[in-house]
Design a protein around this ligand. Structure first.
Ligand code: SF4
Length: 263
């Protein structure tokens, strides 16, 4: 069996490994299998992410991009994917583009950060002697009280539940540990409901147990290095970019999710 050595991990890999599907991590990070198929919802999210990034980069140099330019940024991101590889859910392309336009308007109408310090800032530090944490902070700025604020940009089909908030707090906390001064954590959440809205939510890092958080990284490293490979069948399989490989027969353990309903 080939030896796998994990020297660095991002929070998204840890989350996929500990809460999602281990096979997905192996196909993506170890086998480096090509992705085939991207969900339209994920593409909307990354397009809005790209548009937000361009918006904040322009603000950094005291410039403001208009809605048409930001929509073109969104379109470029969308067009980078082969149309045959886009997996549509309930909404067609036209509806998704209308939603993107609405979300971009919300971004432009929102209160803008005055003192932007960095956008898409790579973050890396040693968590243990043999494991580094890597990540990218979407937006870092100083607020009017002079406090450093780290913001993550997300899109969601619905308002965040407590569990979603806990999850995103764990993620942004990962970046906060790279700074020597106290930071505020925030999520800028584009909610894709019928009437879309933009929520800016402060996150409470006091909810995070550092030792538990650190252990998730260490366990993920151990799990990958020891080839703990299993498929977790869930609703995520429908839009998984690796399902074309995963559905071939293999010796990998399968763990179907059984949905139980209260009587
Ligand atoms: S199709 Fe499902 S089980 Fe297979 S890698 Fe993707 S998420 Fe995991």
């Amino acid at each position: 069996m080939r030896k796998i050595q994990v020297n660095s991990l991002s929070f998204s890999t840890v989350k996929q490994f500990t809460e999602g599907c281990s096979e997905n991590v192996f196909l993506d990070k170890v086998d480096k299998a090509p992705r085939l198929g991207t969900s339209a919802a994920a593409l909307l999210g990354s397009g809005i992410h790209s548009a937000s990034e361009s918006h904040f980069r322009a603000l950094l140099i005291n410039h403001k991009l208009d809605a048409d330019v930001l929509l073109r940024v969104f379109e470029n991101r969308w067009n980078a994917v082969n149309p045959d590889n886009i997996i549509y859910g309930k909404q067609d392309k036209e509806k998704i583009f209308t939603q993107a336009k609405d979300l971009i308007s919300l971004l432009l109408e929102a209160e803008q950060p005055k003192e932007i310090l960095a956008i898409e800032k790579p973050v890396t530090y040693q968590l243990t002697d043999d494991l580094a944490v890597i990540g990218k902070a979407d937006l870092i700025y100083r607020n009017s009280q002079g406090r450093l604020v780290i913001t993550d940009v997300k899109t969601s089909a619905k308002a965040y539940s407590d569990a979603d908030l806990y999850n995103v707090t764990n993620q942004v906390y990962t970046y906060a540990l790279a700074f020597s001064e106290p930071v505020k954590l925030k999520v800028m959440l584009f909610v894709k409901t019928k009437t879309p809205r933009l929520e800016e939510i402060e996150l409470n890092a006091d909810d995070i147990d550092f030792e538990e958080w650190k252990n998730r990284f260490i366990q993920t490293k151990r799990g990958i290095e020891n080839n703990i490979r299993y498929k977790v069948r869930s609703w995520m399989c429908k839009s998984c970019s690796f399902s074309y490989l995963c559905n071939q027969k293999s010796n990998c353990v399968e763990i179907p999710i059984i949905e139980r309903k209260a009587a």
